[in-house]
Design a protein around this ligand. Sequence first.
Ligand code: PMP
Length: 286
Amino acid sequence: MSRVAYVNGRYVPHGDASVHVEDRGYQFADGVYEVVLVHNGRLVDEGPHLDRLDRSLSELSIKQPMSRLALQAIMREVVRRNRVRTGLIYMQVTRGVARRDHAFPKDATPALVITCKRIYQPKPEAIEKGVSVITIDDIRWARCDIKSVGLLPNVLGKQAAREKGAFEAWQIDAEGNVTEGTSSNSWIVTHDDELVTRPAANDILNGITRQTILKLAEDRGLTFKERPFSLAEAKSAREAFVSSATAFVMPVTQIDDAVLGNGQAGSFTMGLRDAYFDYMADAAPL
Ligand code: PMP
């Protein structure tokens, strides 16, 4: 079946979907994006993702391309046309097309692209085994809270992870603390069964999955704290995991050369993963 993309007002075959060479997203990474999970025909955390899109746009003074209702209708139409039951909706808004000049154009119309692709879940054995992460210096800018399409440090970090056979690269700040992965948030579970993740500020993206996991932890009466944690603490933690709309709750069993626990996914992490699956099953149908 051929894929369909929405590009600036038109549904087009994915292979023909393109934007102008002077789109400011292409020229300057002057744009933002969102990724929303479709799970068994349900949109997971649609509202919070659209709220974050609004915030990213307003932090960069990019106009909303259209009303939320119109955007939601197009998201659903893209999912429908691509016949996706489980997959990802990708939305990108840039400041639009204008003659090349760093400063904002006076009257550009924001450009909107929406695509959707299927995803497949890893086998349970792979989840039990967990994934490994490498660590890299965090070389990003000071506004990682904005979900900007300027992702070069993240691209380089993920590539470094790939080349070492790792799933993700955890970024380390000047104090030796873990900020986050290149496309996920980072978590540890201490030997006292406390769930720890870095507080949301300008130095990380406040993941929607992160926020949901914090709520699930609260609902379940788990002990959790939003505080910075060092790489050394992570390496000697009882458990660790990453979270994102794509990976959900993914157990981490190795950080650089340090194997956590017995090298298998831990019970705290798996409990949260199960809780997240229950949460997704309750999401509103499309
Ligand atoms: N941090 C970064 C840098 C990311 O790119 C992502 C994925 N969008 C996340 C965290 C996780 O965010 P979410 O849970 O909203 O997918």
